[in-house]
Design a protein around this ligand. Structure first.
Ligand code: UDP
Ligand code: UDP
Length: 447
């Protein structure tokens, strides 16, 4: 979802000025994905649907424990050279925007068809600078283990924040990441869902050639505006969590979500439950107990501990299913976002001026948590552990941090400053608004 959501936003943002088609890769992995695709095409008929059925993929060469989303990217990467050309030719495309995870396989197909090829980087500009620099870092490191990575013109990414997989050169993700990073310089440009004011150093360094010389244009176009899909349901049929939120005082609720990608261990879930209870604050918590939502048949009260749901009734709401996060953040009742710092969640918090208590779990999330802390959008306790690593965060620590950040007016003020900068960037005359217009103009000039 972290990739699909910003692609939908870009498609909708471009549709008034361009003829836009979106390739829907089939079959989908999660129910969230299928529901999102159906809603997108139903709500925006101007965005055309191109089905991209994947070629058969034999996953038996990978361990049974391999992440289904990584495998899915690998399946797409293998299908692209076989299947993308005819799909593009059929669509009469004059430019192509691809995901970073597919860049090294899509760019050669586009070149063969003489189609300009751009990349939408759905994570932070700091992560983009790491993606661009990492192949050179590995070459200079000559097989040594990965340590702190000093990105020219940006800042040092400490070893502990480098995505876990990148410490293993043979990891499937590392192989894809390096191949994509090497190929980026041959793209026609890169769109990044970030804001100059949120990430001044990485964006400037990517644009002025400090990260890599002769690099194509980098367009910071964030925060891409959310697209809402009217459900057609009358207000009384709203999901229970929205009805509950509406009854809560402004900025009184702690919203807790760790995104769509990962489950949290049962022990840590129980500690988090107890921490929220002890904090005394109202909360809305999206619990995810399996990696793929279709597998989730766990029982909430068994997961969170006997009696928890009864004890917090009225002041705490727990949802096991997908919630409409954009609607939740827009509603005004939320005062703090305890977030894994998936980049979309960070941009959504920035757009709403909502303070973030960062708890990164995986992948690029520590790099993003660093952006949250630097920009003043929130607070990051960097001791709070990665997914699967030793060390649980205790209920006392969680409760104490939640209480402290909820009461911290300086954090709220800084987050409101980020919201104002985000609003300015996307308004007429703002940096992101101008960059998107420049991108459209460049596509037109070259088609
Ligand atoms: N999201 C949502 N409801 C949920 C969980 C996630 O609407 O219950 C949305 C969220 O608003 C964001 C995207 O799904 O737009 C998740 O992307 P993010 O980069 O934050 O995290 P990821 O899921 O990729 O780890
Ligand atoms: N990414 C990247 N190069 C790649 C593949 C991914 O820079 O070849 C970025 C991606 O945008 C994300 C991060 O690396 O920020 C982790 O990617 P993954 O797909 O594992 O996580 P997700 O974005 O789905 O949470």
């Amino acid at each position: 979802m972290g990739h699909l959501v910003p692609f939908s936003r870009l498609a909708v943002a471009l549709s008034p000025s361009c003829d836009v088609s979106v390739a829907a890769v089939l079959p989908t992995v999660s129910s969230a994905e299928s529901a999102h695709l159906d809603a997108l095409f139903a709500a925006f008929p101007a965005v055309r649907r191109l089905d991209f059925p994947l070629a058969p993929f034999d996953a038996s060469e990978f361990p049974a424990s391999a992440d289904p989303f990584f495998l899915r990217f690998e399946a797409m990467r293998r299908s692209v050279p076989l299947l993308l050309g005819p799909i593009l030719a059929g669509a009469g495309a004059s430019a192509l925007v691809t995901d970073i995870a597919l860049a090294s396989v899509v760019i050669p197909v586009a070149k063969e068809l003489r189609l300009p090829c751009y990349v939408l980087f759905t994570a932070s500009a700091a992560m983009l600078s790491l993606c661009v620099h990492f192949p050179a870092y590995l070459d200079a490191n000559a097989g040594g283990s990965v340590g702190d990575v000093d990105i020219p013109g940006v800042y040092r990414i400490p070893k502990a924040s480098v995505p876990q997989a990148l410490h293993d050169p043979n990891h499937l993700f590392t192989r894809q990441f390096v191949a994509n990073g090497r190929m980026l310089a041959t793209s026609d440009g890169i769109l990044v869902n970030s804001i100059d004011a949120l990430e001044p150093e990485p964006i400037a360094a990517l644009q002025d050639g400090s990260v890599a010389t002769g690099f194509p244009p980098v367009y910071s176009v964030g925060p891409l505006a959310p697209v809402s899909f009217p459900s057609g349901e009358p207000a009384k049929n709203q999901p229970p969590y929205m009805r509950w939120l509406e009854a809560q005082p402004a900025r009184s609720v702690v919203y807790v979500s760790f995104g769509s990608r990962k489950a949290i261990s049962r022990d840590q879930l129980r500690e988090l439950a107890a921490g929220l209870e002890v904090s005394g604050h109202r909360f809305l918590w999206v619990v995810k107990s399996t990696v793929v939502d279709r597998d989730d048949d766990a029982d909430l009260s068994e997961m969170l501990g006997q009696g928890f749901l009864e004890r917090v009734q009225g002041r705490g709401m727990v949802s096991k299913g997908w919630v409409e996060q954009e609607e939740v953040l827009k509603q005004g009742a939320v005062g703090l976002f305890v977030s894994h710092c998936g980049w979309n969640s960070v941009t959504e918090a920035a757009a709403g001026g909502l303070p973030v208590l960062a708890w990164p779990r995986f992948g690029d999330q520590r790099v993003n948590a660093g952006v949250v802390a630097r920009s003043g959008l929130g607070v990051w306790c960097d001791r709070w552990s990665w997914e699967g690593e030793e060390g649980m965060v205790s209920r006392e620590e969680i409760a104490e941090k939640v209480k402290a950040v909820m009461a911290d007016e300086a954090v709220s003020k800084k987050a409101a400053g980020v919201r104002d900068a985000a609003a300015k960037a996307v308004a007429d005359g703002g940096s992101s608004h101008g960059n998107l217009a420049q991108f459209v103009q460049r596509c037109r000039d070259r088609s």
